[in-house]
Design a protein around this ligand. Sequence first.
Ligand SMILES: Cc1cc2nc3c(=O)[nH]c(=O)nc-3n(C[C@H](O)[C@H](O)[C@H](O)COP(=O)(O)OP(=O)(O)OC[C@H]3O[C@@H](n4cnc5c(N)ncnc54)[C@H](O)[C@@H]3O)c2cc1C
Length: 405
Amino acid sequence: MGAAPRITIVGASLAGLRTAEAVLALLPEARVTLIGDEASVPYNRPPLSKDVPQALAQGAAEAAQFARLVLRSKIPEGAVQMRLGQAAVSVGPGGVRLADDTLVPGDWIVAASGLRPRRLALPGAEAHRHVLRSFDDAVRLARDLRPGARMVVVGGGFIGCEIAATARKLGLHVTLVEPAPHPMQRALGPRVAGAMAALHRAHGVVVVTGRSVAGLTLEHVILDDGQALEAEVIVEALGSHPNVEWLAGSGADLSDGVLVDDQMRAIGASRILAVGDLARFANPLFDAVPRRVEHWCVPGQTARRAAETIAAQEMGHIPTAGFAPMPSFWSDQHGLRLQAFGAPALADATRVVEGDLTQIGHHPIIVEYLRDGLPVGVLGLGANPAALAAHRARLDAALSTSVAC
Ligand SMILES: Cc1cc2nc3c(=O)[nH]c(=O)nc-3n(C[C@H](O)[C@H](O)[C@H](O)COP(=O)(O)OP(=O)(O)OC[C@H]3O[C@@H](n4cnc5c(N)ncnc54)[C@H](O)[C@@H]3O)c2cc1C
């Protein structure tokens, strides 16, 4: 065997850390470097739209809140070289170039640089506009979460809806603006999204749909129908851009994240792999269309796959065939836990298999998602985990049959 391989990972968050762990588990002699542009150690993001801003707004210490988020790792002390507070700016045959012009060599480069929030392409109200991706964003937002303040959340995806719910809990007046007929409609389908809109309204969120933002002034968000919404706090929750600029010129397809094959290798740049929110891959559980999936489970699944690919190549093995991970996600809004398996967003029909959507928030509900009559997902809304597990098992069985065909 030759010299220990150098694995250079860009992005020191969930996907980057899990890749480092998985590589070292398979190749303990590997020389792994983890590069991250945030100065802090890797941390968990889901609480940033839920309990963290709430706790900070209620006076909890920043250091204690950050400590809760730090990702636990199985990596032995010193086994990974950490380059934190350093952005990767380019990649070439020699390795990864950092903002301070140093070059970090790598036999394999793993892109784990995730996403950044999209912004409204409008000037105005700069002092009280917020996005939410990092701990620093949550700290800044929490300072504006004063009971009685008027907040407008622009964008009704999961993050926007979670922030709206958190802000209501803190006593803010919240308006949620969404261009689609319902918030979260793309992810949950119209029936469930309609029920979720009713839940938000029942908790005092003003939900404005079918409208987008046309302008911002110091005190108002102006909608495209001329309506002026009072706003002392504005949250832009409009989705994300993949952080791919440092990969320009590498040969990889960067049209929406990094297009990878079923071994997480970038198409067009086979020594570069991509993992986590950044990776766009086909999942044969559903079809052959490559997609990015922005759920917490994906970094771990893709990290293990990337590590297997690197280890197989280094040891001259043939990598195991097929990559068909079961997606899952959760969300917490107004005390209701949403837990999904599969890909509800791909469904063309839904069937409520337990409960009643008009009783959302009061009684457990389980919804099955179907495409062409076959199950593609299941969602629990305040559902009992054991009941949901039984439906998940049926989904697993149905999807594994479709992969086998
Ligand atoms: C507010 C919030 C709430 C969420 N809630 C849920 C939830 O309830 N349920 C769920 O399933 N999922 C949730 N998610 C999604 C989940 O957190 C993500 O899927 C996960 O964080 C993706 O991990 P990642 O490592 O791929 O990307 P990221 O976590 O985005 O990490 C990428 C890292 O790379 C760094 N980076 C970027 N460019 C460079 C560069 N050029 N050089 C060096 N470093 C770079 C970034 O700063 C960042 O640290 C939530 C996400 C957010 C933001």
